[in-house]
Design a protein around this ligand. Structure first.
Ligand SMILES: [Zn+2]
Length: 249
């Protein structure tokens, strides 16, 4: 059982927000498998919560595209497919790149400071072995870096779409690129995007980000089954799939 209340300070995020994050992480990391039925009783017991915050959390994840409703008022983890991934990648290539360009144009000193801090954390984690227990910290740092890159775009709606698309794309990477062999120097790409953003060179930063997303997209499509994905009755996976550093984008 995961007791969320123990980790939710009174002045911090609400229980529902904490629950959303816990469920999001379980879906992104593949602990909750694509297409699997989300049994409310099991989830209530696992997270030690009542039905109301659980339904609220699931509704938020439906709007983020990570959970779908069924015709019997139930919930499933959103399925995955090659077509869906192509759509996610195409949107990321447009919206994340647009948001980065705007961010570089509008970002103030506070944004620069946040970018320096998130890149510093990411590069420190990329300098050492990122597998096993160290992987969740890398995943958090990687997400924070990418989201900070476009966070100063000044358009809340665009920012929301970019956050959602980043998570949708990340789920595919974490689920399907576990054994892919390295074909590029990912830390060097992060460094190049960071330097170009700090130099306020939007054209260069956007071009490297485009390459960063495109290559991962191509790698993923080469291993993604065209005819859909396994869905099963099991709602939780007992062991986390180990993702190699090569899979990281
Ligand atoms: Zn990346």
């Amino acid at each position: 059982m995961t007791t969320l209340l123990d980790t939710t300070p009174a002045s911090g995020p609400t229980l529902s927000t904490t629950l959303v994050e816990a469920l999001r992480n379980a879906i992104l990391g593949g602990e909750l498998l694509p297409g699997s039925k989300l049994r409310l009783d099991e989830l209530r017991e696992h997270y030690d919560v009542s039905l109301s915050p659980l339904r609220e959390a699931l509704t938020r994840l439906v709007s983020d595209g990570l959970v779908v409703t069924t015709d019997k008022k139930g919930y499933r983890v959103a399925p995955v497919s090659a077509d869906d991934f192509r759509q996610v990648t195409a949107l990321r290539l447009n919206l994340e790149v647009m948001a980065l360009a705007e961010s570089i144009k509008r970002g103030d000193e506070k944004w620069e400071d946040a970018l320096v801090a998130t890149y510093h954390r990411l590069s420190r984690l990329e300098a050492v072995d990122r597998s096993g227990d160290k992987l969740p910290a890398w995943e958090r740092a990687h997400r924070a870096f990418h989201i900070t890159l476009f966070s100063a775009c000044g358009m809340p709606l665009l920012l929301r779409f970019c956050n959602t698309l980043h998570d949708l794309g990340d789920r595919y990477r974490r689920l399907f690129l576990a054994t892919n062999s390295p074909d590029r120097n990912v830390p060097a790409e992060h460094e190049a995007i960071f330097n170009a953003a700090l130099d306020r060179d939007a054209e260069r930063a956007c071009e490297i980000l485009r390459q960063h997303l495109s290559r991962t997209g191509a790698n993923l499509l080469s291993v993604l089954p065209e005819a859909g994905t396994p869905s099963g009755q099991a709602t939780r996976r007992s062991t986390r799939r180990r993702v190699s550093p090569a899979a990281q984008q």
